[in-house]
Write a protein that binds this ligand. Structure first.
Ligand SMILES: [Zn+2]
Length: 426
């Protein structure tokens, strides 16, 4: 388990404490639960001149999942970790569906419609809704965590490799060396340059190896312009053959590879629009933001022999990463963005006719879909204690989704809310 956040009586964050100590604080009545997710306590007595240690919030933004870690740079301890799952795809699907419905509606009557005045304009820094939501999710959590934890700096993985280093590599000929920081940066660069596929057969989503076009036995250099990526079968098939012999049946592939190897990758393709937008917004929060590269993240993770996980990647972002990260005890909080429900008044069948009644009140008996509840049922078939996310029904018989499954038809009288809905599931 991660450490527990603690607030003083003025709602100012103090140093997070060990879960054992938190339990002691609770049982002795010195603190009360302030918030369930992330678990936060509030002290009942004032602390005079609290001293807090500076903590660093580290982010590894991904398209599906973002890793979050709070690290104490001085001790190397990972204080808190979370994995935030976004709902970008869900948003895209919903918008596509809406577009389909509207198109259908327009096409039903095909009278001439005059084109409308072009009054659509996008604000500067506009992002597509699916990406905007990812950005907003991360920002929400940066703000939340900074309220519960004394964060002083932020680290973010911004690019996959160091562009400056790479330009030097292409021009002055820095050589690839396995296992070094430069090696990791070069590997990320090659992945980008060769579009993450095998140069010979175009295979995607397979482990790719770094391949010397002119092989090393024949005095091929380790310069970037002599490197490409190959899948395992292609690499072993080529072995020490000359590339001209290996690809003599495919002259166009040969020509393409030789030309591509010579050409350096343009900068623009290495920078991801969402990450830049996030970077700008993080800077606007007022915290100093450190940027890391994907190459360095991998280098830090592999040299410390850590497993691959989103939150561990986050902890490894950037130059500031301590030499020995303490991750043993940490269990990440799994967060999933769910939104606050839909505004659609009723569901339709495939012909566009209403399939359900208009939706009723959002709040039933004081509960709302998305609340985390604890239900204690003492009699009947549903006997037991359930903790999970509730889906309310107008009848007052709720469905509760726990870690193991969904239990249907639990009466509202058995439920107590432990965490009101805030757009996320835990
Ligand atoms: Zn291949």
């Amino acid at each position: 388990m991660s450490n527990v956040f603690v607030l003083d009586t003025m709602h100012k964050p103090l140093d997070p404490v060990h879960p054992g100590y938190a339990r002691k604080l609770l049982s002795s009545g010195k603190a009360a639960v302030y918030r369930r997710y992330p678990f936060t306590l509030i002290l009942k007595k004032e602390v005079e001149k609290p001293i807090t240690q500076p903590l660093r919030l580290k982010l590894d933004p991904g398209s599906k999942t973002t890793g979050i870690a709070i690290v104490n740079d001085a001790s190397g301890e990972v204080v808190f970790a979370a994995e935030l799952t976004h709902r970008g795809n869900q948003i895209k699907e919903a918008l596509d569906a809406r577009r389909g419905v509207r198109r259908g509606r327009r096409q039903r009557k095909t009278r001439y419609r005059k084109p409308r005045f072009d009054n659509r304009r996008r604000k500067q820094g506009w992002l597509p809704p699916s990406l905007e939501s990812r950005c907003a999710n991360i920002l929400t959590w940066v703000n939340r965590l900074s309220r519960y934890c004394p964060i002083t700096t932020i680290s973010q993985e911004l690019v996959t490799f160091d562009t400056h280093l790479m330009q030097n590599a292409e021009i002055s000929g820095i050589e690839y060396q396995q296992g070094t920081l430069q090696g990791y940066e070069l590997r990320e660069y090659l992945l980008e340059k060769w579009e993450r596929k095998c140069a010979y057969c175009g295979a995607k989503d397979v482990p790719l190896q770094i391949e010397h076009i002119q092989c090393r036995k024949k005095h091929g250099s380790s310069r970037v312009s002599n490197l490409c990526l190959a899948c395992e079968p292609c690499n072993s098939k080529k072995d020490t053959q000359d590339i001209r012999d290996f690809l003599k049946d495919k002259p166009d592939v040969l020509k393409r590879i030789l030309a591509h190897a010579k050409a350096p990758l343009r900068d623009a393709s290495a920078v991801n629009a969402t990450r830049w937008a996030l970077y700008e917004r993080l800077k606007a929060t007022g915290f100093p933001v450190e940027c890391g590269t994907g190459g360095r993240t991998k280098f830090n993770r592999s040299t410390q022999g850590l497993d691959k996980a989103h939150w561990i990647d986050a902890a490894c972002v950037g130059k500031s990463t301590p030499d020995a990260l303490l991750v043993d005890r940490v269990k990440p909080l799994l967060i999933k963005a769910t939104g606050y429900g839909s505004r659609q008044m009723c569901l339709m069948d495939k012909y566009g006719f209403p399939r359900t009644k208009p939706k009723s009140a959002k709040v039933v008996k004081g509960f709302q879909t998305g609340d985390m509840v604890k239900a204690i049922v003492t009699t009947g078939k549903k006997l037991g204690t359930y903790v999970g996310r509730v889906a309310v029904r107008a009848s007052g018989r709720f469905n509760i989704t726990t870690a193991t499954g969904t239990i249907q038809g639990i009466g509202s009288q058995h439920c107590t809310a432990i965490h009101k809905t805030d757009g996320y599931r835990y």
